[in-house]
Write a protein that binds this ligand. Structure first.
Ligand code: SF4
Length: 363
């Protein structure tokens, strides 16, 4: 499989926890200029179009583009015929017109940035939508025949209670969607929350409550019929994210847009993070080929999948015995964090909560 990631680095406002490559645009011309450069970069990959099987338009907030801007972008991608075609949508910028455009251009999967259905917590995160907007977007997309809908949830928000999380999970159930990505709130540098933290005004949730919440998410989504296939991802039957699987199995993908990265035939590509530099030359990128980094990624991404990482694949591809190459893994095995099953190295039920302790072995 080969994927294409397209980055739209603009947001209408900045969420307090976010450290993605994004900015609030100065005006519409800035977005138009960016899209023009992006189309040039997309076009430079035309030789790959036939082999691309997944497209993922992410951000930032791709749904904040106007209908004209959306059409302009999607025109540049229309000669690609992917099996999975995803766009990230924020509920407040979704309109029926945009849904119709998604449908016209073959988009068949939506990743909806919900985070929580609790209005007070949404305000705390500096999110601007309402639950009613989420419900409207989901229902309208379904009426258009776009039934593959993923919702992003955040848990372990400071001040959040188990009862509030329960309400979120019930709201997910009522929406009858196909996929959930559920992450705990992480304190990232260069975010509003981090500055609050430095001033002593942000207190992270304690680890025990966070672990209880994670267990609740896993149990509840399982009860709803979701398969837990990656540490933070859950899918109904036949609805795993093919595009994300490409990342987690170190498959080939092209990354276009500001700060985007790609991975093609063992070479990582990195685009500029600076908008003026990207606009000056959208085709300029750094390339790095590093076997050690590849092996690290293979093991860390592989262990994030519930099925684990195939030891045979590692032996064949890197000519190493993982346990000999990383002797500290034996300690983690003794601590009950990892196990080997069917020649796959995987996290145990205990290890899922403490994955970072295992991943540190590879860094
Ligand atoms: S979380 Fe999404 S919408 Fe919020 S600032 Fe980050 S990219 Fe923009």
């Amino acid at each position: 499989m080969k994927g294409l990631y397209v980055h739209i680095p603009f947001c209408e406002h900045i969420c307090h926890y976010c450290d993605f490559v994004k900015r609030v645009p100065k005006n519409q011309e800035m977005i138009d200029t960016y899209l023009h450069a992006l189309r040039l970069e997309i076009e430079s990959y035309r030789d790959h179009f036939e082999s691309i099987e997944t497209i993922y338009i992410g951000g930032g907030t791709p749904s904040m583009l106007s209908t004209l801007q959306l059409e302009y972008l999607l025109e540049g991608l229309k000669d690609i015929k992917p099996v999975e075609y995803t766009i990230e949508v924020n509920p407040e910028s979704y309109t029926d017109d945009k849904g119709i455009i998604f449908k016209q251009y073959g988009i068949n999967r939506i990743s909806l940035g919900v985070q929580t259905f609790d209005q007070k917590l949404l305000e705390y995160l500096n999110r601007k939508h309402t639950k009613a907007q989420v419900v409207h977007a989901v229902n309208h997309l379904k009426s258009l025949g776009i039934g593959k809908i993923s919702i992003d949830l955040i848990y372990a928000i400071p001040g959040q209670t188990i009862e509030q999380l329960d309400v979120d999970l019930k709201a997910i159930e009522a929406l009858d969607i196909t996929h959930v990505s559920c992450y705990s709130l992480i304190l990232e540098e260069k975010t509003y929350f981090y500055h609050q933290y430095l001033r002593g005004k942000f207190e992270q949730m304690d680890e025990d409550t966070e672990a209880t919440m994670y267990q609740k998410v896993m149990d509840d989504l399982k009860r709803q019929g979701f398969h837990h296939y990656e540490i933070s991802n859950y899918a109904k039957k036949g609805h795993v994210s093919l595009h994300n699987l490409i990342y987690w199995t170190l498959g080939d993908y092209i990354g276009v847009g500001l700060g985007a990265h790609g991975f093609i035939r063992g070479i990582r590509t990195y685009n500029h993070h600076s908008l003026p530099k990207y606009l000056e030359n959208p085709m300029e990128r750094n390339e790095i080929q590093d076997q050690t980094m590849m092996l690290q990624d293979e093991l860390i991404f592989g262990l994030r999948k519930m099925e684990g990482v195939s030891l045979k694949m590692i032996r064949d591809k890197y000519h190493i015995d993982v346990l000999k190459h990383y002797p500290k893994l034996l300690e983690k095995m003794e601590l009950g964090l990892i196990e080997i099953e069917d020649d796959h190295l995987k996290l145990t039920a205990k290890g899922i909560f403490l994955g970072n302790q295992v991943f540190m072995v590879f860094i």
